[in-house]
Design a protein around this ligand. Sequence first.
Ligand code: BYC
Length: 318
Amino acid sequence: MSEAEIKSLEAQFEAKIANDEKIEPKDWMPEKYRKTHIRQISQHAHSEIVGMLPEGNWITRAPSLRRKAALLAKVQDEAGHGLYLYSACETLGISREELYNQLHTGAAKYSSIFNYPTLTWADMGAIGWLVDGAAIINQVPLCSTSYGPYARAMVRVCKEESFHQRQGYEIMLSLCNGTEEQKQMAQDALNRWWWPSLMMLGPEDKDSVHTEQSMKWKLKRKTNDELRQQFIDQTVPQADILGLTIPDPELKWNEDKGGYDFGPIDWDEFWQVVKGHGPMNKKRLDDRRNAWEKGKWVRDAAMAYAQKQNERKNKQAI
Ligand code: BYC
């Protein structure tokens, strides 16, 4: 392709972004746009399926049939989110096998938040309330992201996330209206999940290497710090209703900015977890690899079945 042709394609691409039109898989796009999307969408997909593990840990120990059914449905939704996102990512010209391979070899990242252990039932409440709460704030803007397949996947994901957040908050509400011991359990879960939930929204804008470019491409519609502030402002009143204390002595309403000021985040801890040294990193990856290896016979059986069906169809056609 000549330089002039590339310039013209670039101009058309930029015009689409400026007009808030979607970029579709067969449209021309800069290579860096494609690679950045593969990075973010695949990290997102991996986070969904790794995110099933901490909660999967409690399905067999849910305190009632109703709680078990809701938790099971939530974890199944997360598998579904992974599938929509892997499919969206494949439209950018990378295979599912390669994406899984990147996860299993540790080459790809997934969200830091899933490298913490789930120690008590209250953690199911705290994850739904805080982690899914932060996820909604992060993901609603992604419904209007510039890449069509990602934006469309996010619409459905967000509808389901909102049920997830409510089921978590309802668990917290029940515990906080229960015995003193149950309320303590809820407070302990909030203490452990609060700071990792703030970290989940990514490094501070000054340290975020991708935000500037991703905002220009309308891949990201809000910066990490904007999302974090929104999450804090929304969540503090919810903690008040529960009668729980946010574990941040510096948390204070700031009238001038119309939001809460908050204490320093331990970014060393964040980077340690991102680099693979969090409390559960090793177990999460071992569990994913194990599921992949043990699931081989299911994949083989499904392929053999599909092949037989095809052969039968072809015979009928003759
Ligand atoms: N954990 O330049 P930055 C869910 C990495 S699923 C690990 O700000 P970006 C749920 C980042 O990748 C939750 N790594 O990056 C599921 C980059 O490294 P690379 C997942 C992180 O992309 C089940 C470097 O740090 N949600 O909610 O502009 C149950 C610099 O960061 C993290 C999504 O994936 C992290 N927390 O912004 C319940 C949403 N943060 O790639 C709930 C989609 C940053 O250069 N993703 N890094 O090696 C996004 O919105 C953005 O990718 C982020 C980060 C805001 C997360």
